[in-house]
Design a protein around this ligand. Sequence first.
Ligand SMILES: Nc1ncnc2c1ncn2[C@@H]1O[C@H](COP(=O)(O)OP(=O)(O)O)[C@@H](O)[C@H]1O
Ligand SMILES: [Mg+2]
Length: 246
Amino acid sequence: MAEETTLLRTSSVSKRFRGVVALSDASIRLEQGEILGIIGPNGAGKTTLFNVIAGAMRPSSGSVIFRGRDITRMAADRRLRLGLARTFQLMKPFVSLTVYDNIVVGATGSGLSKRRARARADEIVDLLDMGRIASRSAGAINAVQAKRLELARALSAQPVVVLLDEIFSGLRPDEVDDLAAHVRALPSRGQTVMMIEHNLPAIRSVSERVLALSAGAVIREGSPADVFDDPEVVSSYLGKRSRPAH
Ligand SMILES: Nc1ncnc2c1ncn2[C@@H]1O[C@H](COP(=O)(O)OP(=O)(O)O)[C@@H](O)[C@H]1O
Ligand SMILES: [Mg+2]
């Protein structure tokens, strides 16, 4: 019956870049309404997994299934219109535009008219308490505000699934708490979340299920407590793991 609640899954996805194996036979599933945490050391393949799911890259082999439909070869903009949105680890707002107009652009990209995109942007500004910075230039906001803009931009597409790539990195604990409260509220708005994160307390506070990647492969899946304490996961972070990359 897994298929009924599984919103998104990858089936044996591999991605090779010349000599590097970024993903190796990775099968993951995202259940309707959950917040799934993805952890793993730098270079584990986390962002590549998001690239393959969101359509920025095609996998070398394997497939991506969204709502029962094979989207492996579908263009990224079509996936966005189907409800798959992401944030970028390396943020790239339009610095010549205001924060508000960046959100409008995001909403327009999901297929809305200018007028409806503005209404959506108003909603998102309200939702994420961004009123104070909405009229500022996106080139003049600090890193914390830029993280929030990334989230706002992704949510402006009113996605079914939102992929968050390290949105808590570099934030102070109080800033993490504030943003985490917004992430926790997403499922009640009908949004399902997959979240790459190094900040373990942040994951613990929002996720019930975590998946660990190492050298492109899924090495553990379970509750945050089980996964964080797993010896193989711990050693992958300490760089002791000598698993060959193919
Ligand atoms: N566009 C690319 N071209 C070549 N190698 C890449 C590219 N993207 C990622 N890689 C390599 O794939 C591996 C996984 O990278 P990435 O998915 O960014 O890891 P993570 O997000 O877990 O830190 C790394 O070895 C990285 O150097
Ligand atoms: Mg990454």
